[in-house]
Each structure stands twice: as C-alpha cells, then as structure tokens.
Design a protein around this ligand. Structure first.
Ligand SMILES: C[S@@+](CC[C@H](N)C(=O)[O-])C[C@H]1O[C@@H](n2cnc3c(N)ncnc32)[C@H](O)[C@@H]1O
Length: 236
C-alpha cells in the first residue's frame, strides 16, 4: 500500500522490485487492487473475446479470474521471472505465461481480441512504444483495458513502496496524465470508449480498518485513487 511521510526507502527499478516482492505480493492487503477488481470485474465478464492477453500479469490475479470466462486462449506476459513463477503455481496449465518486456511482445500481429494492462503503465518507460505494441497485436476492433494508480496520487505524496525482509523499498515509476494516455493511444489507432476515475468506498474502508489505517482512508476518500480506460483498435 502506498503511504505518505515514509522513512527513506531503497529505490529499485520495476524488474529488481518485483524480483524481491514476488513471494509476498499476494499476501499484502491492497485496497487499490480491491477497488480495481470490483470496478472492472463486471466489464471483464460481459464482453466477448476469444483470445485475451494480460500484459504485466504479475502473479496471475486477473488470469485466474479470466480462466473462468470460457476463453479459447489466455496468456499472461511479464518481465519478472519471479512474478511469473508465482503465476505458474496458481494458473491452469492451459494459460500461457510468457517472459517478455511489453515493449516487444513475442506475439504475431492482429492476433488478440482483448489486451488487459492492470497496474502496469506506471512502470512503462515509453508510452508510445507500449501503445504501438498493443495496436500491433490487437485485431481491428479489438479492445484494450488499462487500469492504474491515478496520476493525481503523486500530489497526495504517494510513493510506490513495499516491505520485504524487514526493509522498505520504493519502485521507480513514470507518470502519465490521462490526456497523455488518451492522446498516445489515439495516435496508435486506439479510440477511447469509456473511462472512470475512482475513489475508495466502504468496501475498501474495511481493509484500511483491518490494517489500522482508517485515518489514511479518510484523508483520501473524496479523491480519485485509480482510473481505468477502455479503448478499441480502429478498424481502418
Ligand atoms: C503492480 S504489478 C501488477 C500485476 C498484475 N497486473 C496485478 O494487477 O495484480 C506490475 C507488474 O508489471 C510487470 N512489469 C513491469 N514492467 C514491465 C514491462 N516493461 N513489461 C512487462 N511486464 C512489466 C512487473 O514485473 C509486475 O509483475
């Protein structure tokens, strides 16, 4: 969970960070993931897709849900061997797990119906390269759903941190505004269909209470903490 006024932390890039965090990533109570899941789950189960690829799939939080959606093909792509090893323990053997940077995805052009990128974009160094890769692997008319920490959270003093082996670590991130994202996706051929900026609700207050952080909840409850956006690849 991100917090303000933290003591100094060891700064890592995403690859180093997820190598350390992978064994305990799923154990960390995370109201941001809870908020994202309750917002996106209805949409994820209601659209038609045969082949879904999750970029930055991590330990397989969404893959395990998508395995129940009756897809023809499901794949997760991640740059971290350690996160993929956790995903492998949890996912079905039929789910492909691919070790790759999402800047050069080892999939053929126009093969995929839906791409999901959940809490990935903050670690993507080159948004334009990301958008072009997504547009390359999507079939015309295909969908991409992106979610991430809201760019405004930097102004709340939030940093991307985690604890492992008794130390605090901070992950290096890149900040993109929502217009940056929409414009970059549009230039790559992906038109915005829907988006939302979300605040924590009572469901997440429970997690804050359980972790003795309800004051933190009250400081941000009126502010957007995550966003999601759905794009489709233009047909022509
Ligand atoms: C915050 S985790 C999110 C994991 C999963 N999507 C979820 O929401 O539970 C971010 C993931 O993105 C992966 N990642 C970061 N940079 C990446 C890149 N350039 N290409 C592919 N994966 C990347 C990390 O290894 C990590 O597993």
């Amino acid at each position: 969970m991100s917090r303000s006024a933290l003591p100094s932390a060891v700064r890592l890039d995403a690859q180093q960070a997820y190598a350390c965090w992978a064994p305990t990533y799923d154990e960390t109570p995370n109201p941001l993931l809870a908020l994202e899941e309750r917002s996106l789950a209805p949409m994820m189960s209601s659209f038609f897709a045969k082949y879904v690829v999750e970029l930055g799939c991590g330990t397989g939080r969404w893959l395990r849900r998508l395995e129940k959606a009756g897809l023809e093909s499901l794949a997760g792509v991640d740059i971290s061997d350690a996160m993929l090893a956790e995903a492998k323990r949890k996912c079905l053997p039929s789910t492909s797990l691919v070790h790759s940077d999402c800047m050069a995805i080892p999939l053929p052009a126009h093969a995929v119906d839906c791409v999901l990128a959940s809490f990935l974009l903050s670690y993507v160094q080159d948004l334009r390269n990301f958008a072009e890769e997504v547009a390359r692997i999507l079939r015309p008319g295909g969908t991409i759903i992106v979610s991430d920490l809201h760019p405004n959270t930097t102004s709340y003093g939030w940093r991307r941190t985690f604890s492992a082996a008794g130390s605090l670590f901070e992950i290096a991130t890149f900040r993109y505004t929502l217009p940056d994202l929409i414009n970059t996706m549009s230039v790559a051929g992906c038109a915005l269909e829907a988006m939302d900026e979300l605040n924590f609700g009572e469901e997440e207050a429970v997690i804050f209470r359980q972790n003795d952080m309800i004051d933190h909840f009250h400081r941000v409850e009126s502010l957007p903490v995550i966003y999601w956006a759905k794009f489709s690849l233009r047909e022509s």
